[in-house]
Ligand binder design. Structure first.
Ligand code: G
Ligand code: G
Ligand code: NA
Ligand code: MN
Length: 252
């Protein structure tokens, strides 16, 4: 009950913050975009992990409220970074996407901020995409795509979606799950799965990015397997936006 009350207060007073993790070109280490990750620093409870409060927000029916605050903050940040023209991705939970108002609310937030939809990418997990209302989800994604938003499948390879369903989705990017990346290059099946995802993405004309790169040998393997983008502690953990603003203005 205490955490529940604290979360309600935090949402009421808009106290959640965002960190940003760079996405980089594996060949050059240049930043090519960011992923926004929500953070909650509570005065008494300390840092509460999203792994705890996101499921709680879902349970309490607060995930759309939380998600809208995240989207609003990302749009504000993108106003500030507009000259960089780097896409920022946002994690969207299944229940948030299931909200019938999701598309129109997102559109409203983006219009209010005056941001080009192409600067926003929505990260959806496979479990977010497969449920009883597959047709409705397909419909929504088609609308989002038509509006110019970018779509990616997060944690790719860990879900249960069929390739025949995925084939119909208007997706731009596959994100190779970090559980595979972690085991590169020493584990043969991890190598084969990563290579297969990269080859499949290319064959389908999709972008592919590897998550959770911590070591140079992982990066080297991915690069020679044909993957050209990554994220991970090797280059940077998620950090406050201002930590990047200065470096980016020097780079661009
Ligand atoms: O940094 P990490 O501990 O940030 O994130 C833990 C989990 O929380 C990940 O699965 C991540 O996708 C999820 N997460 C982080 N930020 C958000 C967000 O803004 N919305 C949703 N729905 N999930 C998020
Ligand atoms: O579910 P999703 O893929 O959105 O979650 C990403 C999670 O991975 C976040 O909690 C983020 O902080 C974390 N993360 C990002 N880079 C690394 C990394 O290099 N290693 C590990 N172990 N975690 C990472
Ligand atoms: Na993600
Ligand atoms: Mn992921």
């Amino acid at each position: 009950l205490k955490l529940e009350q604290a979360l309600r207060e935090a949402l009421k007073h808009q106290q959640l913050q965002l960190h940003y993790q760079p996405k980089f070109a594996l060949a050059s280490n240049h930043i090519v975009g960011f992923e926004a990750l929500v953070r909650w620093q509570h005065p008494q409870l300390g840092q509460v992990s999203p792994g705890r409060f996101i499921p709680l927000a879902e349970k309490l029916g607060l995930i759309s409220t939380l998600g809208e605050q995240v989207l609003q903050q990302v749009c504000q940040q993108q106003q500030q970074w507009q000259h960089l023209a780097l896409p920022v991705s946002v994690n969207i939970s299944a229940l948030q996407l299931a909200d019938a108002d999701f598309v129109s609310r997102l559109q409203h937030i983006v219009q209010q901020a005056g941001i080009a939809p192409g600067l926003l990418e929505l990260e959806l997990t496979e479990s977010c995409l497969i449920h009883e209302q597959a047709e409705q989800t397909l419909n929504q994604l088609t609308q989002l795509k038509a509006l110019g938003f970018k779509l990616s499948i997060d944690d790719f390879g860990t879900g249960y979606s069929s390739l025949s369903y995925l084939r119909r989705l208007p997706i731009d990017t596959l994100k190779i799950d970090q559980s595979f990346v972690q085991d590169l290059p020493g584990n043969i099946s991890a190598c084969q799965i990563a290579s297969a995802i990269i080859a499949m993405a290319k064959a389908l004309g999709l972008d592919v990015i590897a998550e959770g790169i911590e070591h140079q040998q992982q990066l080297d393997f991915l690069l020679q397997a044909g993957c050209d983008k990554g994220q991970g502690y090797l280059v940077s953990a998620p950090r406050p936006a201002q930590d990047f603003t200065k470096a980016l203005s020097a780079e661009n």
